[in-house]
Ligand binder design. Sequence first.
Ligand code: ATP
Ligand code: MG
Length: 419
Amino acid sequence: MIKKPRGTTDVFPEEVVYWQRIESCARKTAAKYGFGEIRLPTLEMTELFQRGVGDTTDVVQKEMYTFQDRDGKSLTLRPEGTAGTVRAIIENGRCSDALPLKLYYILNCFRHEKPQAGRYREFWQFGVEMFGAAGAPADATVISLANSLLRTLGVKDITLHINSIGCPKCRPAYHAALKEYFSAKKDILCPTCQGRLETNPLRILDCKNPECKELAESAPKTIDFLCPECEAHFASLKRCLDAEGIEYGIDPMIVRGLDYYTKTVFEFIAPVVGAQSTVCGGGRYDGLMKELGGPEMPGIGFGMGINRLILAMQGSGVTLEPDDRPALYIASMGEKANETAMGIVEALREEGIHAETDLCARSLKAQMKYADKLGAAYTLILGDSELASGTAKLKNMSDSTQTDVSLSDIAALRSLVTE
Ligand code: ATP
Ligand code: MG
């Protein structure tokens, strides 16, 4: 038997209802905040992520699905949506649109990680990105959008963690402090982080290796190295969140796994998910547009993991079921009756009603059993005598009451089965 690739998922209707709920709520929430949808290619040039996400990140160093296509170009299955969004804006000359430019997406991402509950190799994100607004009110708006969606979806015990990781101005002093701290413990670091010590010591704080993680806990904190501008930005963000009535905690351990972040970083954490409890992560990326060849333009956004969000909803006791019960099942006996049933069922479907009839040449008894299994609200039995009289008995399956109906009066039938 051929199996799906490790870390990918098959989703059947019972679970698709969660996806649909999330997608529809995400679209409605995005619309309330004035974000328009962008759709992007699944494949991008590898260089986009090397430059955009950063080539010292775990994502680029260890997790990307990169291959050479038949033209010899290096392409990558996107590991996230921000870099592609920025590329699309630059490439399509959208930098001169009215600012702030507000876009959202629902897309699949690919990362070669160790699959486990809440961590997959193909996963989905709802993400939003806002460009051209430098102040903390933009950060607070994006955070508030995520907060609003998570609450609408009924996720329990969710907490917001914020931090500031500074900007290129405060970074050198912080990097020096980190380098000093980790250099003394270099031998304990994993080989990747030993390399990062020279290239990008901030990345060590995001390493998943247990030894590196333990060392990171006592490392110098970004928040103690902020320049006056970043300090003021962070203070303003806190005031905006207070004004919006959004609760948060300051978490100096959050540095985020992608290189492009500056100033604000945040995560929404839902413990009900278990170990992979970060359902949403985001932050400000004021240098990214320039880095990718566009103008100097600030940006802020987040990615929300839809697969994890489903686990969070289920863990919070949100139960959803597909709305797939037919309003009417017509059981038929004989070819002529079956054809008449087909006509009635199709006419009802035209009216927007879910109606079914036999497609498997089952016996009457088996058809009734099937109607029961489907959970049909009403059934109707059609045989020779019903065809001759042009009327049949419509049975209400919940109370077994029966009503005579005319087979030619679709409007009457429609109103009876939707009562
Ligand atoms: P983590 O620390 O869990 O690896 P991350 O920092 O790599 O997360 P981001 O790149 O910020 O994650 O992506 C945003 C969100 O996408 C995460 O908060 C999470 O909900 C989801 N996500 C990231 N990687 C995966 C994955 N492999 N499987 C499922 N969801 C994921
Ligand atoms: Mg990760």
